[in-house]
Design a protein around this ligand. Structure first.
Ligand code: ADP
Ligand code: ZN
Ligand code: ZN
Length: 668
């Protein structure tokens, strides 16, 4: 019998609600079962029952452990650095199913016995790994060597230089040493191709984890990682940093420059690259950041000697880099020689590729993808009733929808302002591009990949699969087609309008344009033929276009770094956006000004604003944004303390009861 202590036993429990933790008394009869990390069923308020995780406790008996000790530390780092409640971290980290009340005991699933027998030894798997060529071998050795002195290394290798092949060798070596690997990708769309490649080598040792999997599947991977026989390799998108690892040895962040590594909504708004680096550090593991176009931050740290740096400047098997031809569409438009979104040169190249039975990728920036409707007579544009944005027109459904709140509206029969019945649809969306292609090349088989056609994982995979197996000739897409997909029959890439990207406001737009253009261009090229990229732009003379043509990352970097230093941006300063939301616009303005002046008491002129963000109303809530630019050396926990103080003060103001304050740290 457990003796009754006077104080009893208490547990601090993390719950999927936006407060830090709740403390519960542990019933005497459960004292022997609950440990830190246990999943417990607790009541919150009168009616709600939640499954929570015990964070702190003073007893050690074994039980149904749902977390490793290391994960607590990691969660706490995310919550502190990204200024997010621990409860939100819990929500993001845990597959939903595990958050609900447990039904019966959860069994820790390992490999079944017969499965274990079927599994070959890692040495046998070595036979399925292709040999590295001398250049790759050199890079491999250089990476291993840099890890002797630095735990983080950047592998800067042009597209198709064989980076993935090097990763496979590094993973193999890591498993051999009895350790685990986390391989991060920025997009679900990419997991299909890489899964195939890794599966061939690592078979059942590979686990795949991303949000398009069912909750049940994800819970299974999660549980498996806690079992005695966890996956050796996890391939996943950003949320896989939250999986439990027992002996993590290596983290690979592929396409490290991708901004989709940053979580937007909901909180925690974490950057998976930074999170992965922290996770690796906490586990004593090495990190490899791989890309053809490093982020300014990463390249800067490599230059400073904080990260190791290994470069690969040649494509595998001496495949040539594509030839980039710039087409000035401003001039062509003036001369009335454009055919819809296409220049004569692009149409010519597409036609020739089709004749040679080769494939074509057409890239349209996401901004340009959404078509919207405008009254031809008075210029009226339909807007969402709840959000401060214009609506997107969907041709197939012939309706309008809001990309912020998802509300769907019928297309009005006539303009509510002037009664005119003629709406011209504006902006060249992917749908329109597809229509035009059908007109120019009626026999061509066309697939389109965008937010509408690739909503589910199955839909994504189908489009990629079709194209990879040459069941379609032309792939039209947004950013989704620019990312690390490998198709070996693509000889022509058309960039329909490079400018839409360059004109997006924000300090990263320049860097991002370079990444996207260089990455899209990198999709062109076959083993025996130099790939062709037709880059259509209205700013043919802009330096960035020249850098892309020359594949001149270093010059782009120098130019950007100068500007970033001058205007106090990363990598020299850390940016924090403070957002305030309220239904009442006038009250919000007043409160935002109060918040800004409170923050100025701690941060002085590092505080800018408040301002209205680009979208200043979402779901009937008005929004204000305050920007804080901190010197890089400032301690994150000191910043957090000052912010929490300011927030608590604001929320103590009686009229601010319904004010919502949240943060975006290191915004993209
Ligand atoms: P990256 O990841 O840099 O884009 P990949 O690893 O995908 O490059 O390599 C590009 C192509 O070259 C792929 O088709 C890959 O299969 C092939 N390749 C790269 N290295 C080797 C190797 N050592 N042996 C055989 N094929 C290779
Ligand atoms: Zn009108
Ligand atoms: Zn809306």
């Amino acid at each position: 019998m457990a003796s009754l202590s006077v104080m009893g036993l208490f547990a601090d429990v993390i719950l999927p609600v936006p407060f830090e933790t709740f403390t519960y008394a542990v019933p005497t009869e459960m004292e022997q079962q609950v440990v830190e990390g246990s999943r417990v069923l607790v009541q919150l308020g009168k009616t709600k029952t939640y499954a929570g995780i015990v964070l702190r406790l003073h007893a050690q008996p074994p039980a149904d452990v749902q977390m490793t000790q290391g994960q607590f530390r990691f969660w706490q780092w995310i919550a502190t650095y990204y200024l997010s409640p621990l409860g939100d971290v819990y929500k993001a980290a845990f597959p939903g199913i595990l958050k609900k009340a447990p039904t019966g005991g959860t069994k820790r699933k390992g490999r079944r016995k017969d499965e274990a027998l079927l599994l070959s030894s890692i040495e046998d798997e070595g036979e399925r790994v292709s040999m590295l060529n001398p250049v790759q071998q050199q890079a491999y050795d250089a990476i291993q060597e840099s890890w002797q002195t630095k735990s983080i290394t950047l592998l800067h290798g042009v597209t198709s230089s064989g980076k993935t092949e090097i990763y496979i060798h590094l993973i193999f070596q890591c498993i051999r040493e009895g350790k685990q690997v986390l391989y991060l990708l920025p997009e679900i769309a990419l997991t299909t191709q890489i899964t195939e490649r890794l599966r061939k080598v690592f078979g059942d040792r590979l686990g795949v984890y991303h949000s398009k999997f069912s909750d049940k599947d994800r819970a299974e991977v999660y549980q498996r990682q806690l079992s005695d026989e966890p996956f050796d390799v996890i391939l996943g998108v950003r949320s896989s940093v939250f999986l439990p690892f027992q002996r993590l040895g290596l983290v690979i962040v592929d396409e490290e420059h991708e901004t989709s590594y940053k979580q937007q909504d909901p909180a925690p708004r974490y950057h998976a690259r930074s999170a992965a680096i922290m996770l690796a550090q906490q586990c004593g593991a090495k990190t490899l950041l791989g890309t053809a176009t490093p982020s300014i931050e990463t390249y800067y740290l490599a230059q400073q000697g904080r990260y190791g740096y290994v470069a690969l400047t040649q494509r595998f098997a001496n495949m040539q880099l594509p030839h980039i031809e710039v087409v000035d569409i401003k001039r062509l438009k003036f001369q009335k020689r454009m055919k819809g979104a296409f220049s004569p040169r692009l149409l010519e190249e597409i036609g020739q590729a089709l004749e040679r039975k080769e494939q074509v990728i057409l890239f349209q920036n996401r901004r340009g993808f959404s078509s919207f409707v405008q009254c031809k007579q008075c210029g009226w544009v339909p807007r969402c009733q709840h959000c401060d944005v214009s609506l997107t027109y969907h041709k197939k459904m012939n309706n309008l929808s809001c990309h912020y709140c998802g509300k769907v509206y019928p297309l009005p029969p006539q303009c509510p302002e002037c009664g005119n019945k003629d709406f011209g649809s504006i902006g060249t969306g992917t749908e329109k591009i597809e229509e035009q292609i059908h007109k120019f090349f009626p026999q061509a088989r066309v697939s389109r990949m965008d937010l509408d056609t690739a909503k589910t994982r199955a839909a994504y995979e189908k489009i990629i699969d079709e194209f990879a197996h040459f069941e379609s000739d032309i792939l039209i897409g947004t950013q989704m087609v620019s990312k690390g997909l490998d198709f070996d029959n693509v000889s022509v890439v058309g960039i329909l309008d490079a400018d839409t990207m360059l004109n997006i406001p924000g300090f990263r737009s320049y860097e991002r344009s370079f990444h996207t253009l260089a990455q899209v261009a990198g999709r062109a090229g076959r083993k025996n033929r130099v790939g062709k990229v037709i880059l259509q732009t209205r700013s043919a003379d802009a330096p960035i276009i020249q850098y892309v043509m020359d594949n001149d990352y270093a010059s782009m970097f120098r130019e950007q770094v100068e500007e970033r230093q001058l205007f106090h941006y990363p990598p020299f300063y850390r940016i924090i956006y403070v957002y305030l939301r309220h239904r009442d616009n006038a009250l919000l303005q007043h409160l935002a000004e109060e918040m800004a002046s409170t923050l100025r008491k701690s941060f002085g002129d590092r505080v800018l604003g408040p301002d209205r963000p680009v979208v200043s109303r979402v779901q009937s809530m008005h929004i204000r944004k305050i920007i804080i630019k901190m010197e890089n050396g400032a301690s994150p926990s000191a910043v957090r303390t000052a912010l929490v103080q300011a927030q608590n003060y604001m929320l103590s103001i009686p009229v601010a009861v319904n004010l919502h304050i949240y943060y975006d740290v290191d915004p993209q």
